[in-house]
Design a protein around this ligand. Sequence first.
Ligand SMILES: C[S@@+](CC[C@H](N)C(=O)[O-])C[C@H]1O[C@@H](n2cnc3c(N)ncnc32)[C@H](O)[C@@H]1O
Length: 431
Amino acid sequence: MNISQRADYTFQYNQKLGRHGWLRLTPAYSVKLVTEIIKQIPKGSYILDPFSGTATTGLVAAEHGLYADCFDINPFLIWLGNVKCRQYAKKDIEFLEKGISQALTNCKYLVDQECWTPNIHNITRWWSNESLKVISALRQALVDNFGEPNKHNEYAVAWIAFCRLVIETSSASFNHVSMSFHDDTRVFSFQQITKLYKSIFYTILNDVDKSLNSNVTVAFADARKIHLYSNVQYSHVITSPPYPNRISYIRELRPYMYWMKYLETPREAGELDWQAIGGTWGIATSRLKNWQPIPQIDFPLLLDTVGKIMSTAEKNSYLMATYVYKYFQDIYVHLANLRNILLPEAKVMYIVGNSSFYSIQVQTHTILEEIFYYLGYKNVESTIIRKRNSKKELFEYCVSATWNTSIDNMSIKLPSATEKSAQLSFFTSSQ
Ligand SMILES: C[S@@+](CC[C@H](N)C(=O)[O-])C[C@H]1O[C@@H](n2cnc3c(N)ncnc32)[C@H](O)[C@@H]1O
């Protein structure tokens, strides 16, 4: 079968689509894909996205007049999602325009003062000293007019424009799957920075003017305990959880998170990533070394995959095997607890990608299918969406299932001892 890479089914498709394109996140999924799914869903449905990210699901639902609750564990993404899904009143837009014009005027007087800059490691690799002076002065001028970013969400688009400015003037390069740096730091003058900010702000303001057709919110939740954060019973789950591929959201988001004061130290970044499923940044990786699997949550295919990664006997094979093991145990706990907040016959759709460690394929979609069956979901199936990489055999799938209400006991069901494969003892004895 010839499956293509389909850029229209990636975040790239979203970049010119108004609010969807405000800030990029490489693992965001495509508006086209979500729209195709949402168009099949009847009005009056209640959608859940437990891994909201940049709120693609929430915003598409709001555009189509459907109700959706979105959750995420990352406070910056929760803020971003709410700003994107918000309806803006005319008076707020007028206030914003006045405030921006005032901030751009006041900024000149702040350039020669010592304004706050974030504690990003090696900051001059990101921005030249000259650019930093102007960016930090502009930040101070915006704070003077609108308060710190998370204080008044009705003016938060001024901060979205600031985030865009920060990334567009940085030496970050997005040519690879993970972010890297240009060789030299770019120097921008006062005029260039203020002109760029104004142009970004007015592009964003144009999108704000277009109203949405329903109210959608994004709130904090740890997806592993999702039933504790919502009283609603959902008819649909449309989501894209992290993939087991060691991509860190914090790594890509860190310039925004530091400038918006959602992060203050590198240690906090590692702590946040440790809380996230599949997190792998800084301290998150060293914590993995001491992580112990929950012995009751094992599946033949998972144990087989984990065992194969271990037996490559590479320098970090134990760590990588543990990473994969923990990832799927976290997903298992999420899907088990999710059952408490699903309506009878609720349809769940998980967009996931497979990965590879030392040439061992981690078939995320088949392991996920196994977990769904195990937890009593029915009609479990996977459809292939696209090829993710030109060289390796990496694909993206939609794994879907229906919640089977005939299961009475929804506490986490644990496999019997006979279902555990010998791989588990291999895993634990090799530590
Ligand atoms: C693949 S991204 C979602 C992308 C999203 N569909 C979009 O279009 O932007 C996965 C998201 O899961 C979030 N996440 C990771 N662990 C989580 C957890 N335990 N609970 C809730 N959200 C979590 C991450 O912060 C990230 O935003």
